[in-house]
Design a protein around this ligand. Structure first.
Ligand code: SF4
Length: 329
């Protein structure tokens, strides 16, 4: 393992949506828990990004930030190893966002998929600049890497491009961040779409075991497998995708009897429920304990914010120096 001083810096963020679900756990948190040992890690709860959609109801954010922080810790993130913090506690994000905004044209931003996909519902000036703020979130820590799935390389592109532009204009100052790619298991929700709170097809981590059982019963299965005895196609079934994560030897123990019809969907879902509940039990137990210590949760966020602010302030000093706008320096 690297010495602290030589560890590379990684930055990741998540919008505060309240308590997390199994898709978040397997798509991001598990990976972060592993990475925290080998990198200097900054984990940002991006409330400013959330405000682009929630600006008329900002009062919901406090509880959503709190629940998210609880899940981060319950999943195994250690505040001594990584800075968990709230984006708006570090004002330097907006400072670098402004500087980056100078270097990108409006037509480039209006062509980005994040804008074109939602411009009919979100058309604010802030929403147009959302990807620029994402780039600033990364570069304000001079991050070397950003952990992403293979299909998310485009999320890093703008940060890398803006860091390069800055360095070309003002001399080498910012790291040009790259994706830290890893394989993320595909997790689909009850309706066979991507698992997401907004589709209400998700499996929240904080569900009880009984609620989990009920939710899994509603999961879509292979439409051609109506009853036990019918041959199934596990690769087309979101239940099987979850078995791949939570059932040891799923390829040998679940897929073949599904295909022959020997395994019925009711039993298959029961087996998944048992394995999923077993895997989530320790996280849920830690979650319950953490919920009883709200002061500790806010302290973790404050301490993480202090650590993040220190690094961001140093980076912004070098940015101002490079631009020769440190007028009294
Ligand atoms: S037996 Fe299991 S894997 Fe096969 S279709 Fe039914 S739920 Fe899906």
């Amino acid at each position: 393992m690297n010495d602290t001083k030589t560890k590379e810096v990684i930055l990741s963020g998540m919008q505060p949506t309240g308590s997390l679900h199994v898709g978040n756990l397997e798509g991001a948190l598990r990976n972060w828990v592993e990475l925290q040992h080998d990198y200097e890690m900054y984990l940002c709860i991006v409330d400013w990004h959330a405000l682009t959609a929630e600006y008329q109801h900002p009062e919901v954010l406090k509880e959503q930030i709190f629940q998210m922080a609880v899940d981060f810790l319950a999943a195994g993130l250690e505040p001594e190893k990584c800075a968990i913090f709230i984006q708006s506690d570090v004002k330097e994000h907006l400072e670098l966002h402004w500087i980056f905004s100078l270097m990108i044209s409006v037509p480039t931003l209006t062509r980005l998929p994040t804008y074109t996909e939602k411009k009919d519902t979100l058309d604010s000036y802030a929403f147009l600049g959302y990807p620029v703020l994402q780039a600033a979130d990364i570069c304000v820590y001079n991050a070397h890497k950003v952990p992403v799935g293979k299909d998310q390389a485009k999320h890093i592109w703008l940060a890398n491009d803006l860091a390069k532009r800055f360095n070309n204009y003002y001399g080498p100052t910012l790291n040009e961040p790259e994706g830290l790619f890893r394989k993320i298991p595909l997790i689909l929700g009850s309706d066979n779409r991507k698992m997401s709170k907004s589709y209400n097809n998700h499996l929240p981590i904080d569900m009880t075991e009984e609620e989990t059982q009920k939710r899994i019963r509603t999961f879509y299965t292979d439409e051609k497998k109506i009853r036990r005895g019918d041959p199934g196609r596990p690769e087309q079934c979101p239940v099987f995708l979850l078995h791949r994560v939570y059932t040891p030897n799923a390829e040998e123990e679940v897929a073949p009897p599904c295909k022959t019809g020997e395994l019925g969907c009711v039993d298959c879902k029961k087996k998944l429920t048992d394995n999923l509940n077993d895997a989530l039990r320790p996280i849920r137990e830690r979650r319950t304990a953490l919920m009883a210590t709200p002061d500790y949760i806010w302290d973790v966020l404050t301490t993480g914010g202090n650590k993040a602010r220190k690094r961001a302030a140093e980076v912004m000093d070098s940015v101002r120096s490079a631009m020769k706008i440190n007028y009294r320096g």
